[in-house]
Design a protein around this ligand. Structure first.
Ligand code: AMP
Length: 279
C-alpha cells in the first residue's frame, strides 16, 4: 500500500493505472475507520482494478467547530486496517492541498439541501460538495463508493456529479451494523458505555417503525418515536421523518410513495448519530 500526500505523487500513482487501462475505484473517508468503511473497500476491490482510499477530515462540512475538533482521529490504526484490507493507495491530503485558497463555491441542490441534515446542519452539504468535487477532480475515478448510512449524502453527491457532468459511477453499499445492530460510525467512539447502551435503542426503534408502517399512519408513527425519545434522559431528537426515497420530501401518507425511508438524527449526550431504514 502506497501512501500519497502530494498532487505529484497522486498523478504518478494514478498514471500507471490509467496507462494500463485499469479501472480506478475511490472510497472517500474521514478516517477513524471501522467495518462500514472496510465493506466499501471490499466492494470496491471486487469491482475495480485499483482501489484508492482518502482520509481527510474536511473542515468545511462541519457547521460546528467543536464537532470538528471532537471528530475522532486514529491514523495509525486506520493505516493498519487499510493495509490489511489490501488497498493500493491511501491519499492523505492536508488542507492546503484540497483548498489551496478558501473555497467560496456555493452549490445549489434545491430542496435536497434544505431538508433533514441540510436543515439541521446548515452549510454541511455545501462543504461535502466542495471536498467531493475537489477529490473527484484530483483522482478522476471510474467508480465512487458510498454508504447508504448517509442516505441524503448519497443523493446530494449524485446531484453534484450530475451538475459537474462527471462520468464517475456511484456505487451505494448497505449500512454495516455492529453486534447490537447499531449502525457503525466513527462517532460511536465518542460514546460512553451508558451512551452506547442508549444508542442501541435507535435500530430497535427503526425496526419497530417498519412494522408499524403496515398498521399506522405516518403522523402516529412519528408521534410514537418522539414520545419514546422524550422518555430517554440522555437523548435528544434532532429529527425523525418518513420520506419519499426519490425526492426525500417528508410524506403524510404511505400511499404517496412507492418507497419510503425513515431517517433519524439523535443526540446521545453530545454525540449526534444518524441512521435510516428503507420501508
Ligand atoms: P465518513 O468517514 O463517515 O465520512 O464515511 C465515509 C464513507 O463510509 C461514507 O460513504 C459513509 O456513508 C460510509 N459509511 C460510514 N459508516 C458506514 C456504515 N456503517 N456502513 C456502510 N457505510 C458506511
Amino acid at each position: 500500500m502506497k501512501q500519497i500526500s502530494t498532487e505529484k505523487d497522486l498523478s504518478t500513482a494514478l498514471a500507471s493505472s490509467i496507462k494500463s487501462k485499469k479501472t480506478i475505484g475511490f472510497v472517500p473517508t474521514m478516517g477513524a475507520l471501522h467495518r462500514g468503511h472496510i465493506s466499501l473497500i471490499e466492494t470496491c476491490k471486487k469491482q475495480c482494478d485499483t482501489t484508492i482510499v482518502s482520509i481527510f477530515v474536511n473542515p468545511t462540512q462541519f457547521n460546528d467547530k467543536k464537532d470538528f475538533e471532537r471528530y475522532p482521529r486514529t491514523i495509525d490504526n486506520d493505516l493498519a486496517l487499510l493495509k490489511k484490507a489490501g488497498v493500493d493507495f491511501v491519499f492523505l491530503p492536508n488542507e492546503k492541498l484540497i483548498y489551496p485558497k478558501p473555497d467560496k463555491r456555493k452549490f445549489n441542490f434545491g430542496k435536497l439541501d434544505q431538508l433533514l441534515e441540510g436543515k439541521h446542519r446548515p452549510g454541511h452539504f455545501n462543504g461535502v460538495a466542495q471536498v467531493v468535487s475537489r477529490l473527484l477532480e484530483m483522482i478522476k475515478p471510474d467508480k465512487l463508493f458510498l454508504g447508504q448510512k448517509d442516505f441524503q449524502q448519497v443523493m446530494v453527491i449524485r446531484e453534484l456529479i450530475k451538475q459537474l457532468k462527471s462520468p464517475v459511477k456511484v456505487v451505494v453499499c448497505p449500512t454495516v451494523r455492529d453486534d447490537e445492530n447499531l449502525a457503525m460510525s466513527s462517532r460511536n467512539a465518542n460514546l460512553s458505555d451508558e451512551e452506547y447502551d442508549e444508542a442501541t435503542f435507535i435500530p430497535i426503534w427503526l425496526e419497530e417503525v417498519k412494522k408499524l408502517a403496515t398498521r399506522y399512519k405516518v403522523s402516529q408513527i412519528k408521534a410514537r418515536i418522539e414520545t419514546l425519545i422524550a422518555q430517554r434522559e440522555i437523548m435528544k431528537l434532532d429529527y425523525f421523518e418518513i420520506c419519499d426515497t426519490e425526492t426525500l420530501e417528508p410524506i403524510k401518507e404511505f400511499s404517496e410513495t412507492d418507497q419510503a425511508v425513515a431517517l433519524i438524527a439523535v443526540f446521545v449526550g453530545k454525540t449526534r448519530l444518524i441512521d435510516n431504514v428503507l420501508m
